[in-house]
Design a protein around this ligand. Structure first.
Ligand SMILES: NC(=O)c1ccc[n+]([C@@H]2O[C@H](COP(=O)([O-])OP(=O)(O)OC[C@H]3O[C@@H](n4cnc5c(N)ncnc54)[C@H](O)[C@@H]3O)[C@@H](O)[C@H]2O)c1
Ligand SMILES: O=c1ccn([C@@H]2O[C@H](COP(=O)(O)OP(=O)(O)O[C@H]3O[C@H](CO)[C@@H](O)[C@H](O)[C@H]3O)[C@@H](O)[C@H]2O)c(=O)[nH]1
Length: 444
């Protein structure tokens, strides 16, 4: 049985490790974060990801997965090492490859047999070669260590589902035997495998994320035109999506994309292209539109109230999307910062992510894990994340609990006809405002 090591137990590393354990491999997950490894050793999943806690416990019970900070020992016994450490954005917009390079050096120093290193982290084109160089420089010269690119396409909130039901597995390898080796590991997943060159595999990841981000910014721009001319963006997106060449996915207008991937990967692609002397005009606009869109509810509230000083504002949903506790680059963060600057009093509701928000904002905002309590006595409620708890909320609660029933909905959670039957003033994205003073609506 091949010994799989996964370096990095974040969203990707942990989900990958648990998935390989689930299909029967022996997996060791390593991380330098002792607190994470302590939790994992006790069978506690450090992140919120549907199904992962249960699958983790099952793999531990089957003795198929273990967790350690003893990197040296783990790399010594490895046949294959998946690298899934973070590649976050540096202040200049490029990808930070420090963690990846550290792992490469650790592997090189400790490797004691031939092995394949598989890079799952999202990395700029050419990075696999950098890793190869590090391995060559520090590993025993007689060892054969190949590097394979295997970008990950899972989404947070549905990570396990995506690993088992993904549209494709991409393997970038310069040697056919390494490609076959990694393809074989994935055989039991029964998914289409596309083998290509290392550089193309690296680029497929960035191009895919950039394309999806483009779809979102495109529909968000269309939503602004819809507001101006009285069309309904949901109807428009539906009508567009019926054309299979366009497809219906990723056409939900809202307050833009956040998360740990689209913002950093679009920026890294723009930056790495600039280093090649190329200006990615389309992608730059995608990012600009998103920056504008993330603050759209703030701009609406500012126009509505004039001054936001001492206005009580409920932020409903903090995570960058439902079913995750991840708040990296979430629109909620950008919005809260602007409202605080303007002197508003903020109450944040989220079913899962309040501890993360607390780490970011401390005592400068109030917290509530009860949706109806969060909207009580507020001047406005802003819907930022379409959690089920919010989508299924009773509109009558907004009518009775708020100072004035006023919703700025950044995720188009409610049906306009239902809102029409209430006395809630309701502004959403790319759709006609409901129950509003027309003079105010024209101003917005
Ligand atoms: N989050 C996603 O949905 C997603 C999806 C596809 C691809 N990716 C890419 O996968 C990579 C990982 O993303 P993530 O969200 O899982 O990151 P993460 O920040 O959640 O986790 C990274 C982990 O790596 C660990 N680490 C750092 N240095 C280490 C070292 N030297 N040795 C061992 N462990 C180390 C950290 O302690 C951390 O636990 C990134 O490149 C990201 O762009 C992420
Ligand atoms: O129609 C849509 C779809 C998404 N979003 C927003 O886009 C962001 C990203 O959503 P999603 O793609 O579902 O989540 P991620 O977990 O960031 O996954 C993306 O980023 C990962 C990391 O690279 C890739 O692996 C995935 O394939 C890619 O979908 C979120 O803020 C969503 O609210 C919209 O505004 N409208």
């Amino acid at each position: 049985m091949k010994q799989i090591i996964v370096a990095g137990t974040g969203y990707v590393g942990l989900a990958t490790g648990v998935s390989f354990a689930t299909i029967g491999f022996k997996v060791t997950c390593v991380d330098i974060d002792e607190s994470k490894i302590n939790l994992l050793q006790k069978g506690i999943c450090p992140i919120y990801e549907p199904g992962l806690q249960e699958a983790l416990l099952e793999s531990i019970m089957q003795e198929r997965i273990e967790f350690t900070t003893n990197i040296n020992q783990a790399y010594r016994k490895a046949d294959v090492i998946f690298i899934a450490v973070g590649t976050p954005e540096l202040p200049d917009g490029t990808a930070n490859l420090t963690y990846l390079k550290e792992v490469a050096k650790d592997i090189a120093i400790n490797a004691s047999k031939d092995l394949v290193v598989v890079i799952k982290s999202t990395v700029p084109v050419g990075t696999n070669e950098v890793v190869k160089q590090i391995l060559k420089e520090f590993a025993h010269p007689q060892l054969k260590i190949d590097v394979v690119s295997n970008p990950e396409f899972l989404r947070e909130g549905s990570a396990l589902h995506d690993i088992f039901h993904g549209d494709r597995i991409v393997i970038g390898a310069d040697h056919p035997q390494s490609a076959s080796y990694v393809s074989e590991l994935y055989k039991s997943f029964n998914l289409p495998i596309f083998v290509t060159s290392v550089r193309s595999a690296e680029m497929i990841k960035y191009a895919s994320n950039a394309f999806l981000a483009t779809k979102i910014s495109f529909i968000n721009e269309i939503s602004s035109i819809c507001e101006a001319v009285g069309a309904d963006v949901e109807q428009v997106a539906h009508g567009m999506g019926l054309d299979r060449r366009i497809g219906s996915q990723f056409l939900n207008a809202g307050i833009g994309f956040g998360g740990s991937c689209f913002p950093k990967d679009t920026s890294a692609l723009v930056k790495s292209s600039a280093l090649e002397g190329l200006e990615l005009k389309l992608l730059k606009s995608v990012i600009d539109i998103n920056d504008y869109q993330q603050l759209k509810l703030y701009e609406l509230a500012k126009l509505y109230f004039g001054s936001l000083k001492d206005k009580q504002i409920a932020i409903l949903g903090a995570s960058f999307k439902p079913n995750t506790n991840d708040i990296r680059h979430a629109p909620s963060i950008a919005l809260i910062k602007e409202f605080l600057k303007a002197g508003a009093i903020i109450t944040v509701y989220d079913p899962i992510a309040l501890p993360e928000v607390n780490r970011e904002f401390g005592d400068s905002v109030k917290y509530s894990n009860d949706l109806y309590e969060a909207i009580s006595n507020q001047d406005a409620a802003l819907i930022v994340t379409e959690w089920n708890e919010i989508v299924q909320a009773e509109l009558s609660q907004f009518e009775t609990r708020m100072k004035q029933p006023l919703i700025f909905d950044g995720r188009n959670c409610f049906n306009l006809e239902e809102v029409q039957n209430t006395n809630i003033q309701y502004y959403s994205i790319g759709r006609k405002p409901v129950n509003v003073n027309l003079q105010i609506a024209q101003k917005l």
